[in-house]
Design a protein around this ligand. Structure first.
Ligand SMILES: NC(=O)c1ccc[n+]([C@@H]2O[C@H](COP(=O)([O-])OP(=O)(O)OC[C@H]3O[C@@H](n4cnc5c(N)ncnc54)[C@H](O)[C@@H]3O)[C@@H](O)[C@H]2O)c1
Length: 370
């Protein structure tokens, strides 16, 4: 894209229409397509994926004129302002960097990249291009998470000094025998895939403390035996793809200011049903959110009211999820402040995940720089 065209199409102001494309049409890409299709201020003009039938299905369903098996052709031809990247994780960095270099704003699926080095190159590209780089942490848009964040901000819990979080699936290895379970393409297993959502939510809820050190361990007791698989992921299963990543990871994270965060994530475990939780411990109160199995999202706060111990159950608002994550991205695209949104927070998450893997490999605590 030429400088003249960048200036001409650069969307600013709340009423500017935004021309968007989506790369990848698995479950994640379909959430972005649905979010854009439901937004009357957006023109979903192009989609890209390897699967011809999905290009036809979503192209027809949402009247999308541009349908590309070649994503580079889409970037070159579709005259986009912004693109969503929802492809296998190792493709996020090359696709995002190419799109940013072409003057597009980018929202990538989580995890940002297969490692922090690639994630850092994405941030550099965003800085170079002066465009928005966002990462879809859709779970922090859940109704219970936004409610708990409001509870924290009210100050009722006092100083937060400890938190525990986890996502443990009963049987949920995605794409056993696909890119998901190859370390080169996914960068890691349960921690990289679902643990990162819980890490993001916990740090967000705690007010973004810096992680100063990580001590972690990883295990693979299900995947190597072909156990624990699920129907998640549409990518082709290849015969003989080894299971190279962990199916359980647990980490002890030190936070600046002396706080502690415990994180566990597992794709498959001998438990009655999937379980997700974040529990916060503060000097003046505690709170937890939990979901899984048949139970809907629950939020409970323990504190004191009029000198008496009290248990509160705030009413949880609607879930935002991907639609809210995409709406936030569009808001940034329409703002005048593109350089303030360069993916730096998601890079910090990637750095913590890398430190956990390094710690698990070394069998020792890893101190994070700076
Ligand atoms: N935020 C969430 O809740 C969430 C949920 C699931 C997956 N994800 C993330 O989204 C990403 C995709 O996951 P998925 O489960 O949808 O994967 P998937 O394997 O089901 O689908 C991948 C899609 O990418 C496309 N693709 C692959 N190579 C391509 C190329 N060269 N050009 C164009 N398209 C290409 C495939 O054709 C397919 O449509 C991953 O990074 C994953 O971690 C996020």
């Amino acid at each position: 894209m030429t400088d003249a065209r960048q200036a001409e199409t650069a969307p600013q102001g709340t009423d500017r229409r935004v021309r968007v494309g989506v790369i990848g049409l698995g479950w994640a890409g379909q959430q972005h397509v649905a979010a854009y299709a439901a937004d009357p201020t957006v023109d979903l003009v192009a989609i890209s994926a390897m699967e011809e039938h999905l290009l036809a299905r979503f192209g027809d369903e949402h009247d999308v004129p541009g349908r590309y098996q070649d994503w580079q052709q889409m970037i070159a031809e579709a005259e986009l302002d912004a693109v969503s990247i929802a492809t296998p994780t190792f493709l996020h960095a090359p696709m995002a960097i190419a799109a940013l270099d072409a003057g597009l704003h980018v929202i990538s699926e989580k995890p940002m990249a297969e490692n922090a080095e690639s994630a850092a190159r994405m941030v550099e590209a965003a800085d170079r291009a002066g465009r928005v780089l966002d990462v879809s942490f859709n779970h922090r848009q859940r109704g219970d998470v936004t409610a708990l964040r409001a509870v924290v901000e009210s100050g009722v819990l006092g100083k937060l000094y400890y938190a525990k979080t986890g996502w443990i699936r009963r049987q949920g290895i995605p794409g056993l025998g696909t890119w998901f379970t190859k370390s080169e393409s996914s960068g890691g297993g349960a921690l990289m895939d679902i643990g990162i959502h819980m890490l993001d939510m916990a740090l967000h809820l705690m007010g973004e403390p810096t992680v100063t050190a990580a001590s972690a361990s990883t295990h693979a007791e299900f995947g190597p035996l072909g156990r624990g698989g699920s129907g998640f992921g549409i990518s082709q299963v290849e015969d003989g793809v080894p299971f190279e990543v962990e199916d359980l990871a647990t980490a002890f994270l030190r936070l600046d200011g002396g706080g502690t965060l415990l994180l566990e994530s597992s794709w498959a475990q001998w438990i009655p049903h999937d379980l997700c939780y974040v529990t916060l411990y503060g000097a003046d109160g505690g709170a937890t959110i939990e979901w899984g199995g048949d139970a809907g999202a629950q939020i409970t706060v323990w504190t004191e009211v009029a000198g008496m111990p009290a248990e509160l159950q705030p009413v949880v608002g609607a879930d935002g999820r991907h639609a809210a994550a995409v709406a936030n991205f569009l808001q940034k695209v329409r703002s005048e402040d593109w350089t303030g949104h360069n993916g730096a927070l998601a890079l910090r998450r990637a750095t913590v995940i890398d430190a956990c893997y390094a710690s698990a490999k070394a069998g020792a605590e890893v101190v994070l720089e700076g």
